[in-house]
Write a protein that binds this ligand. Structure first.
Ligand code: TYD
Length: 204
């Protein structure tokens, strides 16, 4: 039996993280073995790189290379072995985030992202990507209401986040078979129903 690889994406404040755990529980209730993980992070080394990436200033290419270094480790130690065992992996962000944040947000040449993507995981792509989308002002309001310390990306200006959002939407247009757009400006219960429906349709 083949395992499935599902990724969650969206601008900061889109609320995807609260759906990650819920979907994993729902899948477990269907009898699946599910690993919940995140990027940057997911391994001991990856979590150290995450701390640097979220807090320390660095050159854009350093940032991109570290994202992919953490990803390589994550694939080798967690994602690929789980999929090979026929298990499911639910991951909070993956390479679409690099295209959206480093590419769209910061303006990194797309071809550089593509080179790294081919190098690091040409052979592994998500089976399904759930892209949570909502207007920027609603996302910003959610972040303000959460009232916590903001990381380096969350502290970026509104125009950065608008570019990230547009880059995500473009990726959804270019990969309609994999990326499924979710309107995150709906009550939690409606979104959960939609997630169930999508996973049944696309991963059965
Ligand atoms: P995030 O999922 O927002 O963590 P949390 O829910 O704990 O705030 O991820 C952290 C940040 O990392 C997010 O702002 C986007 C950024 N990021 C990139 O810029 N590029 C990437 O390739 C990835 C995976 C994340």
């Amino acid at each position: 039996m083949k395992g499935r690889f599902i990724t969650f994406e969206g601008i900061d404040g889109a609320g995807k993280s609260s759906h990650v755990e819920w979907l994993a529980e729902w899948l477990r209730a269907q009898g699946k073995t599910v690993h919940v993980t995140r990027e940057p992070g997911g391994t001991a080394l990856g979590e150290k790189l995450r701390a640097l990436l979220l807090n320390d200033d660095m050159h854009l290419e350093t940032e991109t290379l570290l994202m992919f270094a953490a990803r390589r480790e994550h694939l080798a130690r967690v994602i690929e072995p789980a999929l090979a065992r026929g298990e499911w992996v639910v991951c909070d962000r993956f390479s679409d985030a690099t295209y959206a944040y480093q590419g769209g947000g910061r303006g990194l040449d797309r071809s550089k992202c593509q080179i790294l993507e081919h190098w690091v995981h040409d052979h592994v792509q998500p089976d399904l990507t759930l892209l949570f989308d909502l207007p920027l002002d609603v996302a910003r309001e959610r972040i303000v209401l959460a009232n916590r310390v903001l990381d380096r990306f969350e502290q970026e200006r509104v125009d950065f986040h608008e570019r990230v959002r547009q880059a995500y939407l473009e990726r959804a247009q270019h990969h309609p078979g994999r990326i499924c757009l979710i309107d995150a400006n709906h009550p939690l219960e409606n979104i959960r129903q939609k997630l169930e429906q999508i996973v049944i349709e696309r991963c059965s």
